[in-house]
Design a protein around this ligand. Structure first.
Ligand SMILES: [Zn+2]
Length: 69
């Protein structure tokens, strides 16, 4: 899980969870790894964890991280 991601697919605008949390939680963000096409969403698990960017089926994103990312 990460606290930073890119707001745009071209990876020009980095955004933190603090900033992203004020935006629409259904919006997709993009992985910091330039080789990884994962789409991330802002999420917190049952409110017990700090919000973070997460990809994969549990958050309903369309693309997961590549291996070792
Ligand atoms: Zn990734």
């Amino acid at each position: 899980m990460g606290i930073f991601a890119y707001e745009d697919k071209k990876r020009t605008k980095k955004i933190s969870t603090n900033e992203a949390s004020e935006l629409n939680r259904s919006k997709y963000y993009f992985c910091l790894n330039p080789y990884c096409d994962a789409e991330l969403k802002v999420t917190s698990v049952d409110g017990e964890q700090k919000i973070h960017f997460r990809g994969g089926s549990k958050t309903g994103t369309r693309k997961e991280h590549i291996d070792n990312c």
